[in-house]
Design a protein. Structure first.
Length: 182
């Protein structure tokens, strides 16, 4: 479930938007009346969406967008005259007066987009740094030298031990090195 932060300068506007979103099945984690509160709330979640008005007592929407973490998207609700012609990179805008189904549909699209991005990041294999690569290579070399294995056999052996013990490849390579050097 995506974390949603509602930020409007008028608390009653924020409560109304929160009510609409909660009835539509969204999880609203905070309702804020200032930009600083919205930034604090956004930094406390890993990722999410800030549903925001145009202006706060302490900042404008563009300043808020610049201060938000990269994993937090922004949905601006304001009259088109306020944001037309502006650089809208990293945010989606809905015009006032607001239609409830437009808000819900747009938010659903943003939630699905974030879920797709998270899924891609999860499926991407973690890249190893040079130190970890060298450690795995050293373990393979020791196995090749000591047990007359080819490099692919040594790699397969480390990989199988890793899977059998439930540890990652680097930890298994460290264990192989420590066992051979005993």
């Amino acid at each position: 479930m995506t974390n949603i932060i509602v930020a409007f300068s008028k608390p009653e506007d924020g409560k109304n938007i929160k009510g609409i979103l909660m009835r539509s099945g969204f999880q609203v984690v905070a309702v804020c009346a200032s930009g600083a509160q919205a930034i604090t709330a956004a930094e406390s979640v890993n990722s999410g969406i800030v549903v925001s008005g145009y202006r706060f007592e302490d900042m404008m929407y563009d300043e808020l967008r610049q201060c938000l973490p990269a994993a937090v998207d922004m949905l601006l609700i304001a009259s088109p005259s306020r944001w037309s012609g502006q650089n809208m990179k990293g945010m989606i805008c809905l015009p006032m007066p607001l239609k409830v189904h437009d808000l819900v549909d747009t938010l659903e699209m943003m939630v699905q987009s974030q879920a797709r991005i998270r899924r891609k990041q999860r499926l991407r294999p973690k890249e190893r740094n040079m130190e970890e690569q060298n450690l795995i290579m050293r373990a393979k070399e020791l196995l090749m030298e000591r047990n007359n294995m080819t490099e692919s056999e040594a790699h397969r052996y480390i990989q199988k031990c890793s899977m059998d013990s439930g540890t990652n490849l680097v930890e298994t390579a460290q264990m192989v090195i420590s066992l051979i050097h005993v």
